[in-house]
Ligand binder design. Structure first.
Ligand SMILES: CC(=O)N[C@H](C=O)[C@@H](O)[C@H](O)[C@H](O)COP(=O)(O)O
Length: 223
């Protein structure tokens, strides 16, 4: 499953509250079908309803996330085993979790969650990290993939204007597991650089493919 995504584009199909696509899983199914038509190599989707709907017509590997609250009431990607199980039951082939120090300060808790997803649910874990230290900790805990999803979104990282390509290069040197680039990819050349120059296994693009209101706003801002 992970090997099949090598050198491929993964499209993040997520509907956000307050946008026209929210509330009807068929919307994200259409996005995922569009990605499949264009020969993307995988889908990342949020929540059991969207995953179940997308799986009806899209055969690409599915990375599932659940944007929910943890027990402190903080918004976090896939807070616990229960939310991970819902994703796998709906058809997720891989579960992504927030593996940053901000979200999971206790390494033992991170270890327990990763191990439970891998052994109890039987799927690989993609660790969404923000820097090399997060990645090393996630790999120690058994993560199968690390992704730069959270770079620039933790209290201890700086948000680069585009994707954090330097971080991708450093991760490739630092860990043995596949490194996926994710976050703020806006141009095809950035995806090319991440994979062909920096050594990323694959790249996830969300906003710049599946958020037409943001794409429209970029043109409007240019006038
Ligand atoms: C930080 C966080 O919560 N990222 C989320 C993770 O699933 C999504 O909001 C992003 O859209 C996704 O990572 C893809 O990135 P971009 O939309 O920049 O291409």
């Amino acid at each position: 499953m992970i090997a099949s995504m090598k050198n491929k584009l993964i499209v993040s199909c997520q509907a956000w509250p307050g946008t026209p696509f929210y509330g009807d899983p068929r919307m994200m199914r259409a996005m995922a079908e569009s990605a499949q038509m264009a020969h993307a190599g995988g889908i990342r989707a949020n929540g059991a309803d969207d995953i179940r709907e997308i799986k009806k017509t899209v055969s690409l590997p599915m990375i599932g996330i659940y944007k929910g609250l943890d027990k402190r009431g903080i918004r976090i990607i896939t807070p616990d085993l229960e939310s991970a199980k819902k994703l796998v039951d709906a058809g997720a082939d891989i579960v992504a979790i927030d593996a940053t120090l901000d979200a999971r300060t206790d390494e033992q808790e991170l270890l327990a969650l990763i191990q439970a997803i891998r052994t109890d649910l039987g799927v690989p874990v993609m660790a969404d990290i923000s820097n090399v230290d997060d990645a090393l900790r996630a790999v120690r805990c058994g993560a199968d993939i690390v992704a730069t999803t959270m770079a620039g979104y933790t209290s201890y990282t700086h948000k680069t204007e585009g994707p954090d390509l330097d971080l991708i290069g450093r991760l490739v040197q630092a860990v043995e597991v596949p490194v996926i680039g994710e976050g703020r990819f806006a141009r095809p050349m950035e995806v090319h650089e991440a994979i062909r120059v920096r050594g990323a296994h694959s790249v996830v693009v969300g906003t710049s493919i599946t958020a037409p209101w943001e794409l429209t706003a970029r043109f409007v801002r240019a006038i």
